[in-house]
Design a protein around this ligand. Structure first.
Ligand code: IPE
Ligand code: IPE
Ligand code: MG
Length: 267
């Protein structure tokens, strides 16, 4: 029953739930995380294990993304962020970068009608500089077409980096201070948050990372300050909506305190 769960906390794998079904289990009322952020990792390893090229691994991840979006909708997740291309991924080979740019564009074009039909609102988070114009066009077209949907937000993080997002926010605040529109004393936590790319999306409740790596890799750095983390050993092309549901179950068992404390003597 440890299928897919990271080995660092085996007790989390022992819940007696059948995860193979087509419907999510009943989660306690109000316990489903409002914002889930997924680091879709392991495509290259999955492909290389099969004697395939890394880009074939990325291609295999497309159907998985759609399956997981469907599973998130079934579970009642309100905001789903997915990490598609980081500001650090430009370090990869020119061939892989070129493939990923074209792939992001094609996936958006191929899948936008399906997402729209499901009531999903697509939002883009990321930087314009360097990102292919054709990818920006598709992101903006998907945003435009789905702007009226409110069942779930799918935040596509493309050319996204958490530290870059904070730098962009700081730069816009510095511009306001330099122009005399803002005093330094007006720079508050709330103001900084208001300058994030999609400031109206609530903070991350749960990170899920596939592939067994246990790090955040610059994903939603500020918004994930108090997020729970679930790391799964499964490589992204093997991931399923049932893995998402299992991660949600692990989340419901976590005790989130946000720095607070409650006195509860046991003896
Ligand atoms: C994640 O899979 C997809 C992107 C980063 C675009 P990887 O390509 O990082 O796969 P691994 O980690 O090398 O296996
Ligand atoms: C994070 O995965 C970025 C995406 C999933 C798009 P990476 O594979 O790039 O992260 P590192 O380099 O292993 O930390
Ligand atoms: Mg990786």
């Amino acid at each position: 029953m440890s299928r897919g769960l990271a080995r660092h906390d085996p007790s989390e794998a022992l819940r007696p739930v059948d995860w193979t079904g087509e419907h999510p289990p009943e989660y306690a009322k109000g316990s489903v995380p409002a914002h889930v952020a997924i680091i879709m990792d392991g495509n290259g390893r999955w492909a290389n294990q099969r004697g395939l090229t890394r880009t074939q691994g990325h291609a295999a991840g497309e159907a998985v993304l759609l399956d997981v979006v469907a599973g998130a909708l079934q579970a009642g997740v309100r905001h789903l962020s997915v990490y598609a291309f980081s500001t650090e991924n430009w370090k990869r080979s020119p061939d892989e970068v070129r493939f990923l740019m074209g792939f992001n564009k094609d996936v958006l074009r191929r899948r936008r009608d399906q997402l729209d039909a499901w009531g999903v609102r697509v939002r883009w988070a990321g930087r314009r500089p360097r990102l292919w114009a054709s990818v920006i066009t598709e992101l903006e077209e998907a945003e435009r077409r789905t702007a009226g949907n409110d069942r779930m937000t799918l935040q596509m993080c493309v050319n996204y980096g958490g530290t870059m997002e904070i730098a962009d926010a700081v730069r816009s605040i510095a511009d306001d201070v330099a122009a005399g529109r803002l005093k330094p004393s007006g720079v508050t936590d709330r103001l900084v948050r208001s300058r994030m790319y999609n400031a109206d999306i609530p903070d991350v409740d749960l990170y899920i990372r596939s592939s067994g790596e246990q790090r955040i890799s610059n994903f939603l750095t500020l918004q994930g300050a108090y997020a729970e983390m679930v790391f799964l050993d499964r490589l992204w092309p093997d991931f399923t909506r049932q893995d998402l549901w299992r991660a949600l179950d692990v989340y419901t068992g976590r005790d989130r305190r946000f720095g607070g404390a409650v006195d509860a003597p046991t003896a």
